[in-house]
Design a protein around this ligand. Structure first.
Ligand code: SAH
Length: 346
């Protein structure tokens, strides 16, 4: 099977080049163009036609083409629908902050975790993205933006820890100084709570930031909105996350999507404060994004503030997520779904 050069490390590309009888230095030449967004072997400048032909027999470069791009009129958020080689589409969102550009990327087409409030999981999992396809979203968005992307959040569609092998490879690729050269501390990976993979990440000593999608504090209530809670309890999850922060000395973020009448009462805020007490942590409160496929509603801002204040009074750092790209359905899975709906309607 032909290899996708985007999924190869510099060393692996070198071995491939040598295996087709070409000099090693060619691999460095080729490698540097991959992260600039070259999308076919033919387009690589300054290498002989003969080498291109030989390389094309054993390798290719996967595309992450822009199927559609939406630009927010309210802020500078851009949403890309990225088309993969097999026609599948994933969402990638570019956000502009004072400290630079941040990109939210996907790791799977669809998702099988089944969280009740999430649009990405409605049709289940289609397939995992390869490491090159995860990386490709950054390459494409960076080329389009014409500016360096300095921060990555792995919070697009999919459960990254359900695609661990490719995720680990992606971490190596994205960090390569001859590639995109993004530091681990500028990467945040978000999980709905796969405990063994949290433990594995701690062992790998890849010091990325960890975000835990908690969204409920009591076991029964969490199971109701997040089926993964049946496999790993709230207690186990918090224990694993705390161990991660102790091992890595990194602050763990707990995402908490506030849903009216479900998880927004003061007692739950108190419970949350109790769970996190004494740990290096931060709560990111996200008023839920309402989607047409379910009836979950966001609380009013007064209630959101009240929830936040209870945490702060109990010495838990808590911020309310600033909403970006509201007018372009900036949040998870919403746009891809509307495209799928339209496609099926045709
Ligand atoms: N599977 C991973 C990463 C993708 S989801 C995870 O669960 O963490 C990124 C974040 O968006 C998660 O915290 C997820 O729970 C949250 N999310 C999903 N649907 C949402 C919605 N409708 N409104 C607000 N947040 C949502």
């Amino acid at each position: 099977m032909k290899k996708d050069i985007k999924s190869l490390t510099g060393q692996e590309l070198k071995e491939l080049i040598v295996s087709i009888g070409e000099p090693k230095y060619r691999s460095e030449q080729i490698y540097s163009f991959i992260s600039k967004g070259i999308e076919s072997i033919d387009q690589i400048p300054n290498i002989p036609k003969k080498l291109k032909d030989k390389l094309s027999e054993v390798a290719y470069i996967s595309k992450a083409g822009i199927y559609q791009k939406l630009e927010s009129q309210e802020d500078e958020t851009k949403k890309y629908l990225i088309e993969l080689d097999d026609g599948n589409i994933v969402e990638t969102v570019l956000m502009k902050y004072k400290h630079g550009l941040s990109l939210c990327i996907s790791t799977q087409v669809g998702c099988r975790m089944g969280c009740k409030f999430c649009a990405s999981t409605i049709d289940g999992l289609v397939r995992n993205l390869t490491a090159g396809e995860i990386l490709g979203q950054i390459i494409t968005a960076q080329k389009d933006a014409g500016e360096r992307i300095s921060n990555i959040v792995i919070m697009g569609s999919g459960e990254p820890f359900d695609n661990m092998e490719n995720l680990e490879k992606f971490f190596v690729l994205v960090h390569d100084e001859k590639g995109l050269n993004i530091g681990y501390r500028h990467i945040t990976v978000s999980t709905c709570g796969l405990v063994p993979q949290i433990q594995r990440l701690a062992e790998l000593e890849i010091p990325v930031n960890l975000a835990i999608s908690l969204h409920q504090t009591s076991q029964d209530a969490r199971e109701e909105i997040m089926p993964i809670g049946k496999s790993y309890s709230v207690e186990e999850l918090i224990r694993a996350a705390k161990a991660y922060s102790e091992k890595t000395k990194r602050r763990v973020t707990y995402e908490y999507a506030l849903i009216r009448g479900v998880n927004d009462n003061p007692q739950t805020a108190m419970q949350l404060a109790k769970l996190l007490r004494g740990s290096l942590s931060h709560v990111n409160i996200i008023p839920i994004n309402e989607i047409k496929e379910n009836d979950f509603k966001r609380p009013d801002m007064k209630k959101v503030k009240e929830f936040q204040n209870i945490l702060i009074k109990n010495n838990i750092e808590a911020t309310v997520r600033r909403e970006l790209g509201r007018d372009i359905a900036g949040a998870c899975g919403q746009l891809r779904r509307s495209i799928i709906d339209n496609k099926t309607e045709i």
